[in-house]
Design a protein around this ligand. Structure first.
Ligand code: THU
Length: 140
């Protein structure tokens, strides 16, 4: 499926950076490589790839690695996320990554990109409606 909305120059840059990150994905178990690029409110870009582990549950997704790289630099407001895969169909962030992204930026726009130019555009609020939210101090 193609996005009806035109791709901006900034989005092209994000796609290229996500593609580069994908090339570093460490996936000896699944072979499924994912790259992510996150545009912050300060116009910074952070990237991530998935990193698998022999103890499978320790695997970290590309999106979360990008989020954590941004947070380490003090950037916690995200505007746009590109996620790219090597298959024709774009792949949307997993449930765990949706929850982590929501922690910082409920208004985030997500562009899922396939390897022959297909783009699926969604809002994080569409991807994770009725999300779990915890307000410290409100339970008891
Ligand atoms: N993966 C991601 O990097 N992002 C997602 O949103 C879903 C899954 C990775 C984890 C694992 O290395 C591989 O894809 C197969 O699940």
């Amino acid at each position: 499926m193609k996005s009806s909305q035109a791709i901006t120059e900034k989005e092209k840059e994000l796609i290229e950076l996500a593609r580069t990150a994908l090339q570093h994905a460490y996936t000896p178990y699944s072979g499924f490589k994912v790259g992510a690029a996150l545009l912050t409110g300060d116009n910074q870009i952070f990237t991530g790839c998935n990193v698998e582990n022999t103890s499978f549950g320790l695997t970290v997704c590309a999106e979360r690695n990008a989020v954590y790289a941004a947070v380490c630099k003090g950037d916690t407001k995200f505007r746009k996320l590109v996620i790219i895969v090597e298959q024709e169909n774009p792949s949307l962030p997993c449930g765990a990554c949706r929850q982590v992204l929501l922690e910082f930026s409920p208004e985030l726009e997500v562009l899922a990109v396939g390897n022959t130019g297909q783009i699926q555009r969604m809002k994080l609020s569409e991807l994770l409606p009725h999300a779990f939210k915890y307000k410290p101090g409100k339970i008891r």
